[in-house]
Ligand binder design. Structure first.
Ligand SMILES: [Ca+2]
Length: 521
């Protein structure tokens, strides 16, 4: 625009005032159409509706148990992805990958809740992980491009960062400057809600790998209730966007961080743990988000990050491994990788490859059961599964997950086995398929230098030990326990002294207030 006006200036000298003015006015109107009132180009807002622990049990995904009109309306007027897979089955690993647009295993931020100081401030730098020099997160890139950024809810990143560099603390698009575009995340509690009970447990479907008991039925009905609540929350976000006149120029990405909380879903990397609903909605005929489209191509969670930046016209940094799924030259993925590593105190190491028809899993720690000691041990569903297994009341499909060991490899044919219960890894008819998937995984591990190939640093495990103490039972904790048990005793004593001091202070304050009140009377 500046160049054009300079050219026009030259023509003024040649052709006179009226000619220039008419063109100048035309040029001014054209330029106004492309800028907001803050003088920035008129770029779309990007909104991530980021839902916790939830499967795609929604009308638009073909579910018949409940109705989800708000989510369905986004799908009907947007693009629904049927095969979107998260990089992990657990919060922090997925969230670390999405916020960097790069697999969590590439930057060594794959172990759940790493880089947290659990030493009560005594060893704050122990085991902390930093992103490589120059690597900026997605919100930092948006900010650099003039966007207003916020995250209404949890971050959960497995690296050291300064929140104020990523987000404004106002947590609302209304906090931005007039005309400034925003990149926002609204975190919904999804499967972690405590919703009103509406779905009848007698009517829900039970996957074949769980026993049909009232506890399983209640868990699944509860999850449906959570989806219902989420749909209502989505409806109110849509209505607020409309009220503020933002709905038309906001690209909504609706997705969840991983599957629901039942044992084979969350944390693990089977289909139902990592396949998530993903809907992208952006009204308007000229944008690449064509209304009412259903996409069957394989998509990774890190594609959400790259696509978001691309739709805002932001250059994609070289380190990002995601793809812009709306790019004119878009080439669909031939496979998607997901990874399972340490979750809380439970050390695990699994990689999975999802191709068009198959899922391949490589279990690196075959000496350990799927059901290692874990944070869900006290839950009714876990207790019941253990009890039924001990009593020999689970059928072979249900009992397998409770067994003492894992096979080194698993291979499932989704064209015949959507629940992934018939392991074909030792079936000679599938040996070529198995070899092809093995190669995809080993090539990917080498190409991205998957950091899970090396054990977690002792310092990182020390922080896990400080938090989880004697629940850390894996052999990897032995050297940590030897080295840090005296330190843990000191940390515990210091934390207890701090809590005692706080309690005493509160008692004193209460006493003082009572006396003051008495004085007033
Ligand atoms: Ca989660």
């Amino acid at each position: 625009m500046v160049l054009r006006l300079k050219t026009l200036n030259l023509s003024f000298k040649k052709d006179g005032v009226m000619f220039l003015l008419s063109i100048f006015i035309t040029a001014f109107i054209i330029s106004l159409a492309g800028v907001s009132d803050a003088g920035e180009p008129n770029r779309p807002n990007i909104l991530w509706i980021y839902v916790e622990d939830m499967n795609d049990w929604m009308g638009c995904y073909g579910d018949k148990i409940i109705k989800t009109p708000a989510i369905d309306s986004l799908a009907a007027k947007g693009v629904r992805f049927d095969r979107a897979y998260m990089p992990a089955g657990v919060c922090s690993a997925t969230r670390s990958a999405l916020i960097t647009g790069t697999m969590q295993t590439t930057f060594g931020i794959h172990n759940h809740r790493s880089s947290r100081d659990n030493s009560a401030g005594r060893f704050p730098s122990l085991g902390m992980i930093r992103l490589p020099e120059g690597v900026l997160t997605v919100p930092e890139l948006f900010r650099k491009a003039g966007y207003y950024t916020y995250n209404q809810g949890k971050d959960d990143y497995n690296f050291v960062y300064k929140r104020e560099r990523l987000y404004s603390n106002k947590n609302d698009w209304r906090g931005r400057k007039s005309g400034q575009p925003f990149f926002a995340q609204i975190q919904l509690r999804g499967g972690k809600n405590r919703p009103v009970k509406t779905v009848d447990p007698a009517k829900v479907p039970i996957p074949p790998y769980y026993p049909d008991t009232s506890i399983t039925r209640r868990e699944i009905a509860h999850h449906y209730d959570c989806v219902l609540k989420t749909d209502q929350e989505v409806a109110s976000i849509i209505s607020r966007l409309k009220k503020d006149g933002l709905f038309e120029n906001t690209v909504i990405f609706f997705f969840t961080d991983h599957g629901m909380r039942l044992l084979r879903h969350k944390q693990f990397v089977y289909e139902e743990g990592v396949r998530v609903p993903l809907i992208v909605h952006w009204p308007g005929e000229k944008n690449p988000v064509a209304a009412g489209t259903v996409r069957k191509d394989l998509v990774s969670g890190i594609d959400i990050s790259v696509t978001s930046l691309a739709l805002a016209g932001i250059k994609i940094p070289a380190h990002m491994e995601g793809r812009n799924v709306f790019a004119p030259q878009y080439k669909p993925r031939s496979f998607v990788i997901s990874a399972r590593d340490r979750c809380d105190y439970t050390i695990e190491h699994i990689r999975t490859v999802r191709t068009d028809r198959f899922r391949y899993l490589k279990n690196f720690l075959t000496d350990r059961p799927w059901m290692q000691p874990q944070y869900r041990d006290a839950r009714p569903h876990t207790k019941e599964m253990k009890k039924l297994f001990a009593e020999g009341k689970l059928n072979p499909v249900q009992a397998r997950f409770m067994g003492p060991k894992k096979p080194a490899e698993e291979l499932y044919d989704h064209s015949a086995d959507p629940h992934e219960i018939n392991n074909l890894a030792s079936n000679p008819e599938y040996s070529k398929v198995l070899q092809a998937h093995r190669k995809i995984l080993s090539d990917w591990m080498a190409a991205t230098d998957d950091k899970g190939q090396r054990p977690e640093a002792e310092e990182g495990l020390a922080q896990v030990y400080f938090r989880w103490k004697d629940t850390c039972v894996n052999p990897e904790y032995e050297p940590v326990r030897k080295k840090y048990s005296a330190t843990l005793a000191e940390i515990t004593a210091a934390a207890r002294a701090k809590a005692d001091a706080k309690r005493k202070r509160l008692i004193q304050e209460r006493k003082k207030r009572r006396l003051e009140k008495k004085g007033e009377n």
